[in-house]
Design a protein around this ligand. Structure first.
Ligand code: LLP
Length: 427
């Protein structure tokens, strides 16, 4: 038995996750199949909590909203960053207390804002328009809603442009120079209690200087907002810590590095101002990305311009490589320690040229029936899946200490009908 990528092992040429042979899992549950290692999720969450002992960790539910994962994190004491009523509903159902939930979003519906008022969660307000709607709804319900403003700090996080969220040109947040007047406005409104400040600069960030820059900018705003008499109870710095999808990108910063980039600046400023807001972090990717693999079975091997390996999962199940050109290690799960012999490009069955999981990888000789494991598929994997090309979504399995439990059953073609109906003339 030896280890690849931390919690993944190889035994008898087979890839093992959480003490379970992935080849047997493929036989038992079929493919494609998402497999998550429970202990790894808990370990990653604990690492964050340890790095930020005085902060609250609000797990970003969008990264992986599977109920079993929300449930295990709820039991560990996580809060949640939710970006829709759907995520709020699931977080509450999983047992995350409403006091530890922040309702984020740049274009919330009135229905969603009403739900936030009725349930009593904090809201991160993204515009003055939203502020006024929320105040009216809260007033109508005879309540006051605790809010933070989502700040656009204009920081470049040196990541993929599609996942940079704090650039001046980004759709998220209120420009820094308008933030103080937004708090002034909020403090005049009857339904609003301004008590927090929030930013999130992007995702898959592999250097910490942008976290430091954002913290300086945010703490300057904390000072200005405090100066106008706002009593800030929390400062939410979002998250965005990247993971080492690819070894040659060098070592990725750890939660401790993330904390070193933020906490000293936060502490120094709050001490100088004589205030004691709670620090909040919203990690998603770091908690779940490396906990999960996607297994797919080889349907065909074809020698053409390249050596194409066609598997039974497509970008409907893992869209990241197609959408962000992201890299995921591919392992031949039933030949995991066999010598690498050939260069292959692993593709899905979707009717699009971009349906490519892995380009030009040197791997053991691949044949029909082999099983490919795509690693680090736990964040923005299943949560971004679809039924595109008439493909039912796959099952999910949770493994722990050598045992496997199904946490989501496989869809079948009846699920493609879903809630569709026909007008009478088409009956
Ligand atoms: N907080 C807010 C307000 C966010 O918008 C996000 C992610 C997070 C926290 C969590 O960030 P993380 O720790 O996971 O980096 N689908 C893309 C990533 C989109 C991220 C969206 N926002 C991907 O697959 O790379």
């Amino acid at each position: 038995m030896f280890t690849i990528k931390d919690h993944l092992e190889i035994s008898d040429d087979h890839l093992i996750i959480g003490g379970v042979d992935t080849v047997s899992l493929a036989e038992e549950f079929g493919t494609p199949l998402y497999i998550t290692n429970e202990s790894r999720v808990i370990g990653n969450f604990s690492a964050y909590r340890k790095a930020f002992p005085d902060a609250d960790i609000y797990y970003a539910a969008k990264a992986n909203g599977s109920f079993a994962i929300l449930r295990m994190l709820a039991r560990e004491g996580a809060g949640a960053d939710v970006f829709s009523y759907g995520e709020l509903y699931m977080a509450l159902l999983a047992g995350i207390p409403r006091e530890k939930i922040l309702f984020n979003g740049n274009s919330k519906t009135d229905f969603e804002l009403q739900k936030a008022v009725d349930i009593g969660v904090k809201v991160s307000v993204d515009s003055l328009d939203e502020l006024h709607t929320l105040s009216n709804l809260a007033q109508g319900a005879g309540k006051k809603v605790e809010i933070a403003f989502r700040v656009n700090p204009d920081v470049s996080p040196k990541t993929h442009p599609k996942i940079s969220t704090g650039l001046r040109s980004s759709k998220f947040g209120i420009p820094s120079e308008e933030v103080v007047s937004a708090y002034r406005e909020a403090s005049r409104l009857p339904g609003i209690s301004p008590c927090g400040i929030h930013c999130h600069i992007g995702s898959q960030i592999l250097e910490t200087t942008s976290f430091t820059e954002a913290t300086h900018k945010m703490m300057d705003l904390v000072e200005k907002v405090t100066d106008i008499g706002i009593d800030l109870k929390f400062v939410d710095m979002g998250s965005g810590l990247g993971i080492p999808y690819k070894k040659d990108e060098g070592p990725a910063p750890t939660p401790k590095d993330h904390a070193n980039a933020i906490v000293p600046i936060f502490k120094e400023k709050t001490k100088a101002l004589g205030i004691s807001p709670k620090l909040i972090l919203e990690p998603g990717r770091f908690i779940v990305a490396d906990t999960t693999i996607l297994l797919a079975r080889v349907n065909t091997v074809k020698k053409a311009a390249k050596n194409f390996v066609g598997v039974d999962a497509g970008f409907n199940l893992l869209v990241r490589p197609t959408m962000y050109d992201s890299y995921h290690y591919a392992v031949v799960a039933n030949k995991a320690s066999s010598p690498a012999e050939e260069t292959y490009t692993i593709v899905g069955p979707i009717c699009e040229t971009g349906d490519i999981f892995a380009k030009d990888r040197t791997l053991p000789c691949i044949e029909k029936g082999d099983i490919i494991a795509l690693l680090d598929a736990g964040a923005y994997g299943f949560s971004m899946s679809s039924q595109y090309n008439g493909r039912p979504r796959c099952a999910e399995v949770l493994v722990k200490d050598g045992k496997a439990d199904i946490i989501r059953t496989r869809e079948d073609v009846q699920d493609l009908m879903g809630r569709q109906t026909l007008p009478a003339r088409l009956m």
